[in-house]
Design a protein around this ligand. Structure first.
Ligand SMILES: [Zn+2]
Length: 212
């Protein structure tokens, strides 16, 4: 007798969470000709093809509002899954935060944020996540760059908000140029920790509270 496995148990291991998702996944397996819809078990030899067929038809969603649009954008049928299977965040808190920030910024018409500080790795990660999430544009000012008063003024004029990323290297002589308040300057908010997720959470909170 060849080895087989219980289809529903395996689909739960694949990350599906509810009966509706299980039914949709089984339907995808039937459509792919891998099972009949009556059988509850499947030969182990078909498992890889079944995995491909299921995730070709379905997009996982972790249940977070921030991730829903990305799951819908796949054009596939959306099913509730564990976070690791989510088409929005893939289990990443930072990506989920970036998506939430992007959505809030779009609603608030906030397009460009100047970020003071941040380690090179954190800046790179934040840029990557903001791009994946679809905005806003992040402009980084690092401690090594020579910033003049004119540069700071030009940056502020083009920014909708300035984020001071706490705990990351930036000489005071640089940050002071941005902290100096003049009429018409964008708001400056302090991000209390160095985490990339925190940067996006602070941005989201600011965008949510902003008057359009
Ligand atoms: Zn998610």
């Amino acid at each position: 007798m060849s080895a087989d496995f219980a289809i529903d148990d395996w689909l739960r291991e694949e990350g599906l969470l509810d009966d509706e998702g299980l039914a949709l996944a089984r339907a995808a397996l039937v459509a792919a000709g891998l099972t009949t819809g009556k059988k509850q078990r499947m030969a182990v030899a078909k498992r890889e093809r079944a995995r491909e067929a299921a995730w070709a038809a379905l997009a996982g969603w972790c249940g977070a509002a921030a991730c829903r649009a990305a799951a819908d954008a796949t054009g596939k049928t959306v099913v509730r899954t564990v976070r690791e299977r989510c088409a929005g965040c893939g289990g990443s808190n930072a990506l989920q935060a970036a998506r939430a920030a992007a959505a809030a910024c779009r609603r608030a018409n906030l397009r460009r944020a100047v970020v003071l500080g941040g380690s090179p790795a954190a800046r790179q990660e934040a840029l990557r996540l903001a791009q994946a999430a679809g905005g806003p544009e992040l402009v980084f000012v690092d401690g090594d760059s020579r910033v003049t008063e004119g540069d700071a003024r030009a940056d502020k004029a083009r920014a909708d908000v300035v984020l001071a990323w706490a705990g990351t290297p930036l000489p005071h002589k640089v940050s002071d140029l941005y902290r100096r308040r003049e009429p018409g300057d964008p708001p400056i908010i302090t991000v209390p920790t160095t985490g990339v997720g925190q940067l996006f959470r602070a941005l989201e909170e600011h965008a949510r509270n902003r008057r359009p």
